[in-house]
Design a protein around this ligand. Structure first.
Ligand SMILES: NC(=O)c1ccc[n+]([C@@H]2O[C@H](COP(=O)([O-])OP(=O)(O)OC[C@H]3O[C@@H](n4cnc5c(N)ncnc54)[C@H](O)[C@@H]3O)[C@@H](O)[C@H]2O)c1
Length: 329
């Protein structure tokens, strides 16, 4: 549903999964822009529809769908699908407001639907390879920098890009957020294009995030420290590096002149995250099991992103940054 830039990728991957023998058949794509739906349907060998009603009248057998319309339309599109008994994967950010996110959670419960939030990086093989390494992360440093493209400019960089990392760190830190400090600036779009955020968790863990969509380079890295360990995750290269301090000094706390630092590179089997995400969604649909990223997780990340947007505005007001007090999330 919604086959713009990102929805087209969903159609492509569903078709790939079908060709690879997965028990799935891409029957159609829906877009309010029928020309767009036609073009994508032709590309991936399925039918094009201008509305969900049209599609479900022709294909009442449809069981699952991806919702990749603009975020402001997620609720209306997902509601129409869930009310007709269709399971949904809803792109991130889950919704435009917490009230809408709550309604989505409620709809899934009422209609007993499998509903997944589209937090793609959870399916990044480098992130998956990191989960077994987690002990007691105390400090995260996260960078997500991209070059400017005139896309997704209806939301600021926190809801567009940083939300990916917020979701990952929330799942890694496993503790409620105690404090949010944030600064952000509109550079090219009129919305916040670059932001730096410091979170403190109840556990004492601290996380720093920088997200930019006006950078000259492309970086997507998450690094964290935990006792005796430093772990570096490169989302783009799908690589993980683990530095572990060994020897007596490390365990006794005494200063060590020549600490033994072991470097390990866990095996990461490369896979397109969207491929892994849709496969996992389809498995949850078939098994009627809770998806890896339930809607509640999408709501949690959205709530934090909205708190950050408010903190940025507050900071802008305090220091008299022109444009920020007016800019909407
Ligand atoms: N997971 C990721 O990494 C990622 C990346 C990019 C975008 N997204 C998300 O995907 C969603 C779409 O983003 P995009 O960049 O593809 O946007 P886009 O503007 O390129 O495409 C949106 C499409 O939806 C169609 N549409 C609008 N209203 C509709 C409706 N009511 N019913 C059906 N179709 C409708 C439009 O005609 C358009 O073709 C957004 O929520 C965005 O945040 C996620």
């Amino acid at each position: 549903m919604g086959v713009g830039v990102f929805g087209r990728n969903h159609a492509r991957v569903y078709q790939e999964l079908e060709r690879q023998g997965e028990a799935v058949r891409l029957v159609g794509v829906v877009d309010s822009d029928l020309d767009r739906a036609d073009a994508v349907a032709r590309e991936f060998g399925c039918r094009a529809f201008g509305s969900i009603e049209q599609m479900l009248t022709t294909h009442s057998e449809v069981r699952a769908a991806s919702v990749a319309a603009p975020t402001v339309h997620h609720l209306e599109v997902a509601r129409a699908l869930m009310q007709k008994g269709v399971d949904v994967l809803i792109e991130k950010p889950l919704a435009a407001s917490l009230a809408e996110a709550d309604e989505l959670v409620q709809l899934a419960a009422t209609h007993k639907r499998i509903a997944q939030a589209g937090h793609l990086e959870r399916f990044n093989p480098a992130v998956r390879a990191t989960i077994p390494l987690l002990t007691q992360p105390m400090f995260f440093e996260v960078h997500r920098l991209s070059v400017f493209t005139p896309r997704s400019l209806d939301v600021d960089v926190v809801l567009d890009l940083m939300i990916h990392d917020l979701d990952i760190v929330l799942s890694f830190a496993n503790s409620p957020v105690k404090e949010v400090r944030a600064v952000g600036l509109p550079i090219l779009s009129g919305k916040v294009d670059i932001a730096n955020v410091r979170l403190e968790f109840e556990s004492g863990c601290v996380a720093n995030f920088t997200a930019s969509r006006v950078s000259t380079e492309r970086v997507r890295k998450l690094r964290f420290f935990q006792p005796q360990q430093y772990v570096s995750v490169d989302y783009g290269r799908q690589e993980v590096l683990v530095f572990t301090v060994g020897g007596d000094g490390a365990t006794s706390g005494a200063p060590t002149v020549n600490p033994q630092i072991k470097v390990a590179k866990p095996t990461v089997t490369s896979e397109e995250p969207l491929h892994a995400e849709l496969k996992s969604f389809l498995q949850a649909v078939r098994q009627r099991s809770t998806p890896v990223v339930p809607l509640e997780d999408g709501r949690r990340s959205l709530a934090l992103a909205l708190d950050i947007v408010a903190a940025i505005r507050e900071h802008g007001k305090k220091v008299g940054l022109a444009g920020l007090a007016k800019a909407k999330s």
